[in-house]
Design a protein around this ligand. Structure first.
Ligand SMILES: NC(=O)c1ccc[n+]([C@@H]2O[C@H](COP(=O)([O-])OP(=O)(O)OC[C@H]3O[C@@H](n4cnc5c(N)ncnc54)[C@H](O)[C@@H]3O)[C@@H](O)[C@H]2O)c1
Length: 367
């Protein structure tokens, strides 16, 4: 398996990347030497595909004390209610002998963020392993240590920084993923291209069909490049305080607002795609971004099959969620702006009218 090391303040950890590698997890977890009891979190659908081989691999290495916990699918379950249920279960699992527990998350961003938050807070933090299963989780949420839940439809407002002890990325799991979810993950990869790497952006432009046919070489390439970009940003700014990691929010401020205003009818990456074109429109309008570059980014999002216009939500709701963004300090907005492909800048206090009018222009016109 290929290994990418993520360096963090306390300790680093490895991202292991391969194909058809679930059978190796038992040995990897054993090598961590973090106890014998595993609190596994997944969803019924993901568990239906991959729980059996995962459990087989763990049991083969002597892990017999495993609690399997299934959280229903959907963003609305990345909630305090699910978190509370899981905390009660982990407490019941550990209570008899105060055992040492390792959390193992098998799933996409919902399971990863939620399970990571359980691990971050139970007994003030216990270790966890991420086994991502969506393209989005492979390249983004599986790593970096941002974990949390939504509250009252405000995205990720409750959370913590808690790095995993291992990320096991078996890219062959993508074969059962719905195409809509693949597209959603691609939004984050296009984002990596725009914020950090012209080469990656060009590579996606040239390989959209190969990505959808899950060409092994191409999937390996985009996963490795994305992981390398994120690992670098996390290492330089683990706690998101230096304005380095903030670039990962490109397209996310408006994207999160659209996602929440649509009551999660949009998948995360779909909302990010809309967020990207809106923020590019603002940048073009302000003279920060060449309109041809903005058009090129938009064309790639369209080619991937991602939405670039808004339907089924109101501007009022979007703006309400926009202002509840946790990155804004004292009501001053803060957006990541693309200056070119591979180059971004943080801009603050952009006139509200400019933002609102850019978003409004992206509403789908009724014919
Ligand atoms: N922590 C971070 O740094 C970070 C970064 C980006 C996004 N996120 C979060 O990630 C979440 C979105 O995650 P997501 O897009 O992975 O969605 P998700 O976790 O909701 O999964 C999407 C769907 O795909 C199904 N699925 C997952 N893996 C599958 C597989 N291999 N085969 C078949 N079906 C499978 C799931 O059951 C679910 O129905 C959002 O809450 C977002 O805020 C977190």
């Amino acid at each position: 398996m290929k290994t990418i090391h993520v360096e963090t303040a306390n300790r680093g950890y490895d991202i292991l990347i391969g194909h058809n590698t679930l059978s190796k997890i038992g040995a990897e977890v054993k090598a961590l030497g973090l106890g014998k009891s595993i609190f596994l979190i997944t969803s019924p659908k993901i568990g239906g595909h991959y729980l059996e081989p995962l459990l087989k691999s763990l049991k083969a290495k002597g892990f017999t004390d495993i609690s399997v916990n299934k959280v229903p699918d959907g963003e609305k379950h990345k909630s305090m209610i699910s978190y509370n249920k899981l905390l009660r279960r982990i407490l019941a699992f550990s209570k008899d002998d105060n055992k040492r527990i390792l959390v193992l998350n098998l799933g996409g961003g919902v399971v990863g963020d939620l399970g990571g938050f359980v691990a971050a807070t139970y007994r003030r933090g216990i270790p966890y392993v991420q086994v991502p299963t969506t393209l989005l989780a492979f390249v983004d949420c599986g790593i970096g240590g941002k974990v949390g839940v939504n509250l009252n439809s405000t995205k990720n407002i409750i959370g913590a920084f808690h790095q995993p002890v291992l990320v096991h990325a078996d890219l062959s799991l993508l074969k059962t993923l719905h195409k809509r979810e693949l597209k959603s993950g691609l939004a984050e990869i296009v984002k990596y291209g725009v914020i950090n790497s012209y080469e990656l952006f060009e590579f996606i432009e040239e390989n959209v069909d190969n990505i959808f046919s899950l060409n092994r070489k191409v999937i390996d390439e985009i996963a490795t490049r994305s992981y390398t970009i994120k690992a670098g940003l996390v290492a330089d700014d683990e706690f998101d305080q230096k304005g380095i990691r903030a670039v990962l929010n490109y397209g996310h401020t408006v994207g999160h607002a659209v996602e929440a205003a649509s009551k999660y009818a949009y998948r995360h990456g779909e909302a990010v795609s809309i967020g990207i074109v809106c923020v590019n429109d603002i940048a073009v309008q302000q003279g920060w971004l060449d309109k041809n570059v903005a058009a090129r980014i938009e064309n790639l999002l369209i080619k991937v099959g991602l939405p670039v216009s808004i339907k089924n939500c109101s501007i009022k709701d979007i703006m309400k969620h926009f202002w509840s963004d946790k990155k804004f300090v004292n009501g001053i907005n803060r957006l990541i702006i693309a200056r070119d492909i591979g180059k971004t800048e943080i801009k603050e206090d952009i006139p509200v009218m400019v933002i609102e009018s850019a978003i409004k222009k992206r509403f789908l016109r009724k014919k």
